[in-house]
Design a protein around this ligand. Structure first.
Ligand SMILES: NC(=O)C1=CN([C@@H]2O[C@H](COP(=O)(O)OP(=O)(O)OC[C@H]3O[C@@H](n4cnc5c(N)ncnc54)[C@H](O)[C@@H]3O)[C@@H](O)[C@H]2O)[C@@H](O)CC1
Ligand SMILES: [K+]
Length: 505
């Protein structure tokens, strides 16, 4: 799914009305019905509790007023507050004119901070003050309304389209924003939803489909995408031909593990094999030989001359993809051995963990990496590699520019992992959960991406698919268990189900 900026979203709204021959009121009515359906589908929704709607005078407010109407028509007790309601938009006025009989609905204006109501009964707050039309930080009475709503800890808060005060495309420094429990976002997710520093403000978010014009969406030029199921399904064909053999699916090399960290090598190897690679060789220190043979019998083992860690300048020719770094440690000679790999292969390298830390100490090596290599840092490793950032928007810009400059994929791990590509596009993953923040989760990702890269499907497909499948396997693994009990082997054990759910193959 494309992620559009403020201007593009407005344009798509307008084009939708033209293409579908509907008025702006009809489009808003469609949005209002979809918002209502979504709220009514929440199992926690209690029609016997009051709903407090705070509406601004723009179209976001119009959505809130329309929602108030549908809830009141159902018999829900609704209290509607108009906040500094001057010069309402035409659609906002239309919604107001069509409010039902006032039996279940009260209306009140808030024109100064003292007008904020006492919400002494537990209920649901709907935030419809400002939406994607916000163009500056909230001030005055709106600010005090936002601050008062944020103190209502016993009431659940749903923001319509975007938490009021948040800009859809950028960070407004020190701006006051509604802290939503849930954001029901209209049409497309907004770019700012992918800034980790705003995560607590947005809460959980759900995209409300209002059947925007496909033709208009198609025409919008963007470099930002949300990596969801329909998108990834169209990205590759993993079905196997009848006469295919293990040679068809590539030969991967994984260089991982050291004394005390052989688990990283095992986790990566098992995930690599579960991702469909034809042949796998694991290069490990001597101490790791029996461990790998017993733990991962499907893998061949190449043994380093060093007892405890990766040290030997090995022959890396003949492989289709190489993953390196999980648990390789930092001992004497590791840097030279890593540089030897970098300089003696043309296949994309998947670099993780200690390989990234070594890279951080040798910034000039970035330019030496084979084109289309893949860096998989978590934020701490990203900082060591590329320095600290001013805010998340600046961090994402930097990530994107570095990918273009060095011809690399950068997979910045976290909630909604961001994947920047050499072509300048950036993808935000839709799968995964906090249970995956556990030891070895990154090692499994290295294994998956390396295994997919080896199958010659194109590096970009392998990276996007790998990140998506890794998260989906985590989502399947956590079903029926607590996130806190999850271990990274659970991810590996659900890879088969994740591939099947995505590609039916
Ligand atoms: N046809 C459409 O355009 C649709 C719009 N929809 C809703 O409309 C919203 C966008 O509506 P609008 O463009 O009217 O914008 P908003 O309702 O977000 O804001 C209203 C107006 O307030 C002013 N404003 C912006 N920032 C301000 C600030 N900090 N302090 C004071 N005033 C400020 C601007 O002039 C802006 O146009 C979406 O978020 C969505 O909820 C949906 O109903 C779907 C269809
Ligand atoms: K809002």
């Amino acid at each position: 799914m494309k992620i559009l900026n403020q201007e593009q979203m407005h344009w798509v709204d307008q084009q939708t009305m033209i293409d579908q021959r509907i008025s702006s009121t009809e489009l808003m009515e469609r949005a209002v019905h979809e918002l209502y359906k979504c709220i009514r589908s929440f199992t926690w929704f209690d029609p016997l509790s009051p709903v407090f709607v705070f509406a601004g005078s723009g179209n976001n407010g119009g959505d809130g007023i329309g929602l108030a109407r549908l809830l009141a028509e159902e018999g829900v007790e609704v209290h509607l507050f108009y906040c500094d309601y001057s010069e309402p938009s035409a659609d906002n006025l239309h919604m107001r004119e069509h409010l039902p009989h006032r039996k279940y609905l009260t209306e009140k204006s808030i024109t100064n901070p003292a007008d904020f109501p006492t919400l002494d009964r537990k209920g649901l707050i709907i935030d419809a003050l400002f939406g994607s039309g916000l163009n500056r930080p909230i001030e005055g009475v709106w600010r005090s309304v936002v601050e008062s709503i944020n103190t209502q800890h016993t009431n659940r808060v749903i923001s319509i389209d975007i938490p009021s005060g948040m800009h859809p495309d950028k960070i407004l420094e020190n701006a006051v924003c509604i802290h939503a429990d849930i954001t029901l976002t209209i049409g497309q997710p907004k770019y700012s939803f992918f800034f980790p520093e705003l995560g607590d403000i947005i809460g959980d978010w759900v995209v409300i489909d209002i059947k925007l014009s496909e033709a208009a969406l198609e025409k919008c030029d963007t470099h930002m995408y949300y990596l969801d199921a329909p998108f990834i399904k169209g990205y590759g064909d993993l079905s196997r031909k009848r006469f295919s053999h293990k040679g068809t699916f590539g030969h991967a090399l994984l260089i991982n593990g050291s004394y005390g960290k052989m688990g990283a090598a095992i986790l990566a190897a098992r995930s690599c094999l579960r991702s469909g690679v034809g042949l796998l060789t694991c290069h490990v220190p001597r101490i790791g030989y029996p461990i790998m043979q017993i733990s991962v019998p499907e893998s061949m083992v190449s043994v380093d001359q060093h007892e405890f860690y990766f040290h030997t300048k090995i022959d890396v020719s003949g492989y289709d993809a190489i993953g390196i770094g999980s648990g390789i440690d930092h001992g004497n000679g590791v840097c030279e051995a890593l540089l030897h790999v970098i300089q003696n292969t043309t296949v994309p390298l998947v670099l993780d963990a200690d390989a990234l830390n070594i890279l951080a100490e040798h910034a000039d090596w970035l330019g030496k990496l084979p084109r289309n290599s893949i860096l998989t840092p978590h934020p701490g490793e990203f900082k060591r590699l590329f320095g600290s950032w001013i805010n998340d928007a600046e961090k994402l810009d930097r990530q994107r520019n570095l990918s273009r400059q060095y011809g690399l994929f950068i997979v910045l791990k976290g909630a909604n992992t961001s994947i920047s590509c050499p072509d300048g596009q950036i993808y935000f993953n839709s799968t995964g959960n906090p249970g995956m923040a556990t030891a070895g989760s990154g090692d499994t990702l290295t294994g998956i991406i390396t295994g997919l890269c080896a199958q010659n499907m194109g590096t970009k497909s392998a990276v996007l698919m790998g990140v998506y499948i890794h998260g989906l396997a985590g989502d399947l693994a956590v079903k029926g268990q607590s996130q806190l009990s999850m271990v990274s082997s659970d991810i590996t054990n659900h890879l088969g189900a994740a591939f099947y759910e995505t590609f039916q193959t």
